[in-house]
Design a protein around this ligand. Structure first.
Ligand code: FAD
Ligand code: FES
Ligand code: MG
Length: 287
């Protein structure tokens, strides 16, 4: 079992935990994820390894509370143990010296973008990072991103911090100022990644997106993570999770992500009725 060494809230609805997992820390490469179960009867969920410390034998997870498992995980404290943690899974990001790399992170997408940005800078790239959220309180990991970027641009949709506007508008302004961009890496909500691709396609900037289809085993056996890329069916877990953004069928991905909304809501309502669910103050819940 994997011990949680520290756990904290880093913005409304977003938590971070450092977990003892020496083998995963050692083997992990940027872009890879783990699949965990909180308890014996819990479901499996994928989360990206947002950071690691090989010497201490730890990995860091950052997650947004959206449903039963992510809320449950948020109730776990330092000293608690996860039932299981499997990884590292997925293909590592292709890291090399491209030249100028622009990373675009929206909302919780900044967490998976962080290790990739760090690796791209270490590989000698000039890294421009664009991070954004709906409002100031929802911005995460901006100081961490600043340390691994040559230039950091922050935007909020409501203008409460940084540039007023969407990350795509900031990206467009970077393109418009004539910067030669060799690669764009975009991670965030599916509509955001689709919007980024619209901008980069017009400017002919190769773009990698990190897809988040529903995953169960994470090893290519169940098929639940099917995505369509370049007209072909690919498995998010073993062929990705990064794909050529120009080739992805985002509409299909969005449809598949919404497939279990009904049962997920029923499960969340049931969880709200439990002592643990009540403790975690789920918005709209009885607590
Ligand atoms: P539920 O109410 O069960 O689901 C809410 C929504 O989350 C669903 O409608 C569906 O769209 C999605 N979802 C549900 N179950 C799964 C599943 N088994 N696999 C994938 N998506 C699911 N989120 C983070 O906050 N931080 C991360 O670092 C992160 N990394 C990810 C890496 C990968 C490779 C993938 C595929 C997803 C990642 N996610 C990450 C998304 C995270 O897995 C889901 O938010 C989580 O599974 C939701 O579970 P839940 O029970 O709390 O919510
Ligand atoms: Fe089962 Fe990808 S998660 S095949
Ligand atoms: Mg769930």
């Amino acid at each position: 079992m994997f011990e949680i060494l520290s756990a904290e809230r880093i913005s409304p609805g977003v938590r971070r935990a450092v977990i003892s997992a020496p083998d995963i820390a050692r083997a992990h490469r940027p872009g890879q994820f783990i699949i965990l179960r909180c308890h014996e009867n819990g479901e499996r969920i994928p989360l990206t390894v947002a950071d690691k410390d090989v010497e201490k034998g730890t990995i860091t997870l950052v997650w947004q509370e959206v449903g039963v498992t992510t809320y449950y995980l948020g109730t776990m404290c330092a000293g608690d143990r996860l039932q299981d943690l499997c990884g590292p899974l997925g293909k590592p990001t292709h890291v090399k010296k491209f030249g100028t790399v622009v990373g675009v992170g929206g909302g919780i997408g900044v967490a998976p973008l962080f290790p990739i940005t760090k690796a791209m800078q270490q590989a000698g790239n000039h890294v421009i990072s664009i991070v954004g959220s709906r409002t100031e309180g929802l911005l995460i990991m901006t100081e961490e991103m600043r340390k691994v970027s040559d230039e950091l641009l922050i935007s909020t949709d409501d203008g409460s911090f940084g540039i007023h506007g969407f990350v795509t508008q900031v990206l467009q302004s970077v393109i418009d100022r004539g910067a030669k961009i060799d690669l764009c890496v975009a991670i965030g909500p599916v509509p955001m990644m689709r919007a980024v691709v619209k901008v980069t396609r017009a400017a002919n900037v190769p773009t990698v997106v990190s897809l988040n289809p529903i995953m169960v085993d994470g090893t290519g056996m169940c098929g639940s993570c099917r995505v369509e890329v370049g007209g072909k069916t690919r498995f998010g877990c073993v062929d990705g999770s990064e794909f050529d953004g120009f080739e992805v069928d985002f509409d299909l991905l969005m449809k598949r992500l919404a497939m279990y909304k009904g049962p997920e809501l029923i499960a969340l309502n049931k969880f709200r009725e439990t002592e643990r669910g009540c403790q975690c103050r789920i918005p709209g819940g009885a607590a």
